[in-house]
Design a protein around this ligand. Structure first.
Ligand SMILES: Nc1ncnc2c1ncn2[C@@H]1O[C@H](COP(=O)(O)OP(=O)(O)OP(=O)(O)O)[C@@H](O)[C@H]1O
Length: 454
């Protein structure tokens, strides 16, 4: 028996006054209407709705309202939006370009019923988000983050692999989840694996499964990640760390939609969308022969770059406030905010561990801080202008990156065994732990291994 799916009503937020005949059309098309005075900031409380879209009826607006409209766009960057330009040639709408170029559909006034109906239908058909929540998790209002969210929205419904690049801790995994949750596969599983954290000998079996007797200890047939995720999405974190034979097998999945379990030559069909992430330049790995050229081109169809935190301006303060608030809600703490000196120090810090480092430092400060405002020293940040800060210039940054790389490399070589890594580097275990903390390299609870990408 077919299941009956009861759709929540779609909601159109109309900036301006909706004409009566359009109201009737919207109701007939299954849209509930909410009128929004253009000069007021939009407040989004959208639970219980299917798709939510914004419409800017510019025919009835003055240019002086543009800043308020742009603000509403910025705070609802995750929602699909349309605008209706006033009658007249393109040269007469130049003032609206900052708004219209951020819209998914641009209609020409006077508004035709059919034109609007088709545009709304095509927004639905494009699979644009029915639920804004996944993108809400990717916080930030900087131009770089607005562009990132727009790109996620565009890539999500397309049935192609996405290669997510960006430094460690910039939110690549978060973006991968948003891509899945906004895709038509959202009701199917998304399974993630960190390719660098699995020993090379096991990765084939983890990804593609094995038959009974395929190797010593393979007592039963076991399905791999790809078969478990059939119909859904697989997220391959640190894809550049895949060994050569696993790269070949992955290429087969992408080209032919089939895999072979270890110990079998029978192809098994799978239908999986692959999202892959890397914080190293895959191009370099290709150039040095460590990564297959053909696989690189298969994975690099749609590319999403996550901007580094240091390039996100006011997002730093916004993310810091959010992280502190989350901590306060969970654990309670004395600190309620940040001193101006701390905000300035955060703005100058290079954030090599990006958002993860910011969250770690704030959590640490929230635990130890005994006053209401967190100071730079609570977060172990140099105040701008101090001798410490001076050493945080490009040279300091390069030094830290080199230290991190050396540590990571050593940990990888020793399968993240702290004692072995400490011996190899001639350091104490305590120092290794301290360095891991400084570079935001964390222990993964599930495996007990260190998360090399922290
Ligand atoms: N834009 C953002 N808004 C809110 N939280 C974020 C944002 N970006 C990242 N985070 C948080 O920062 C942490 C690191 O994010 P994530 O694991 O997605 O980064 P990553 O780029 O995949 O890191 P790695 O390369 O080390 O695997 C997570 O706690 C995540 O929730």
């Amino acid at each position: 028996m077919a299941a009956i799916v009861q759709d929540a009503p779609h909601c159109l937020i109309w900036f301006g006054q909706c004409p009566e005949h359009i109201r009737q059309l919207l109701a007939a098309d299954g849209w509930s209407l909410r009128e929004q005075p253009p000069e007021l900031p939009v407040s989004l409380s959208l639970r219980g709705h299917g798709m939510v879209a914004l419409l800017f009826d510019l025919c009835s607006m003055a240019t002086s309202q543009l800043p308020a409209l742009l603000h509403s766009l910025a705070v609802s960057a995750q929602l699909p939006r349309l605008c209706v330009l006033p009658e007249g040639p393109p040269s007469s709408h130049r003032q609206w370009v900052p708004l219209s170029r951020q819209c998914d559909r641009v209609l020409q006034g006077p508004l035709q019923e059919q034109q609007l109906s088709d545009a709304l239908l095509s927004l639905r058909g494009a699979g644009l988000p029915a639920n804004p929540a996944p993108l809400d998790k990717l916080l930030g209002q900087s131009p770089a983050m607005l562009l990132t969210r727009t790109t996620v929205r565009k890539f999500a419904p397309v049935e192609l692999p996405v290669l997510i690049t960006g430094q460690t801790g910039t939110g690549k995994e978060l973006a991968a989840h948003a891509l899945h949750q906004l895709s038509p596969r959202a009701q199917q599983p998304m399974l993630a694996i960190n390719c660098g954290a699995i020993p090379a000998a096991l990765i084939q079996s983890e990804l593609f499964g094995h038959e009974r007797g395929a190797f010593t200890g393979a007592l039963t047939r076991r399905l791999g990640l790809f078969e478990h995720a059939d119909g859904g999405t697989v997220f391959l974190d640190e894809v550049g760390d895949l060994p050569a034979d696993a790269q070949t097998a992955l290429l087969r999945v992408l080209q032919q939609g089939t895999l072979e379990r270890v110990g079998s030559h029978t192809p098994v069909k799978v239908n999986v969308r692959v999202l892959a992430a890397t914080h190293v330049e895959l191009e370099q790995a290709v150039a040095t022969g460590r990564f297959r050229n053909d696989l690189y081109y298969r994975l690099n169809v749609l590319r999403l770059h996550m901007p580094p935190l240091a390039a996100r301006g006011n997002d730093i303060a916004l993310l810091a406030g959010h992280a502190l608030e989350q901590f306060r809600q969970r654990h309670g703490c004395r600190a309620r905010g940040f001193s101006p000196a701390c905000l300035a120090a955060m703005a100058h810090w290079p954030w090599p561990g990006n958002v993860r480092e910011l969250i770690n430092r704030i959590q640490r400060a929230a635990v130890t801080c005994e006053h209401e405002l967190i100071q730079p020293q609570d977060m172990e940040l140099a105040a701008p202008g101090s001798p410490d800060a001076a050493s945080e210039g490009p040279l300091g940054n390069a030094r830290r990156q080199a230290e991190r790389q050396a540590l990571l490399h050593c940990l990888q070589e020793h399968q993240f065994n702290i004692s072995a890594a400490a011996r190899a580097m001639g350091l104490s275990r305590v120092t290794i732990y301290r360095l891991c903390r400084r570079h935001g390299i964390e222990r993964q609870p599930a495996t007990g291994a260190l998360d090399q990408n922290a």
